[in-house]
Design a protein around this ligand. Sequence first.
Ligand code: PMP
Length: 395
Amino acid sequence: MSNVHELKYLQDQVRELKEQGVYRVLPVLEGANEAEVMLNGKAVINLSSNNYLGFANHPKLKKAAIEAVEKYGVGSGAVRTIIGNMDIHEQLEVELAKFKREEAVMVFQSGFNCNAGAIQAITNKGDLIISDELNHASIIDGVKLSKADKAVFKHSDMADLERVLKEKRSNYENCLIITDGVFSMDGDIAKLPEIVELAEKYNCMTYVDDAHGSGVLGESGRGTVDHFHLHGRIDFTIGTLSKAIGVIGGYVAGRKVMKEWLLHRGRPLLFSTSLPPAAVGAITEAVALLSSTTEYTDRLWHNANFFKEELGKLGFNTGSSETPITPVIIGDEAQTVAFSKRMLELGVFVSPIIFPTVPKGTGRVRCMVTAAHTEEQLLKAVSVFEAVGKEMKLI
Ligand code: PMP
């Protein structure tokens, strides 16, 4: 007799999603992730990728990936701490540290992995972690894995952060304040200068997840810390290599001793195979490109400002974004999914973001403008927003 269960409880849960109109069918890309893509057999403008600089299909990165494959093969063969540590992994960390203007960098297999591994490694029982309520899911999971005590402050609310510090700080040996650099669902930037001041006043360490600031903010995309000129005042900066950098992976930048410790206690490094050579080759090329020119970040900001200005004329609720992330907040979950579906029918892909990614009732389509879009594509997208907004009586 088979021991495979029918999983009735999961069937019920999936049926509920369908009844609520939030059941997802994944769109399928037929080709590279670019400004215009082939999606389910149709050419559409892509306003949903994190490929901020257009690096995901950049000829120089592809060439570097191919060269790395030819020399190093397709897989690294082991976890970093056994025999999966190649000279290109080491070299990438040196180049990234230089780019980030930090003492050292430790690369992980993804940004998610970084948070899942680093937070638990750098905190202990008897410590306190204080986290912004809108921090990314990977931070939330990373914090759960830590043995430290946890507290949450209201989103970017410095008075609330200080309230938590006053109430709790003195009971703990070490305290770590964690924030996203750029909040991925709203596009607002963390109040890092104020956070650093409070951290210094209450003797806390700071941890900034700059997944959406890397390659976007600061000089040539050096990130949120660079944007605020806070070098040397943030203890741990996380970056992703899968968004603006266009490939895959993540890293922690900071002190040399951080790197030494993560090498011994960063569990994803110890128990999961290191980045493949193609990825490492392409990332290294991306860092070299960003180090040599501001052309890509300049174009990204030009496009983001242009799109926001044009969309702003239509009267949608676009929240409080300060970065290329541009949410169009619809509210109701099912209506958000319907909005995105209609946009796609008219040739624009903007993915719906709904609960549990954002709080219930704040469903949105999130526009991600990139350096690779043309003004013509952006204007077409705005005209489709206008048509769908009017059709659904949202504007
Ligand atoms: N942190 C933040 C703030 C993110 O937005 C993301 C990606 N959604 C991650 C971490 C995870 O990065 P990656 O995709 O490289 O795993």
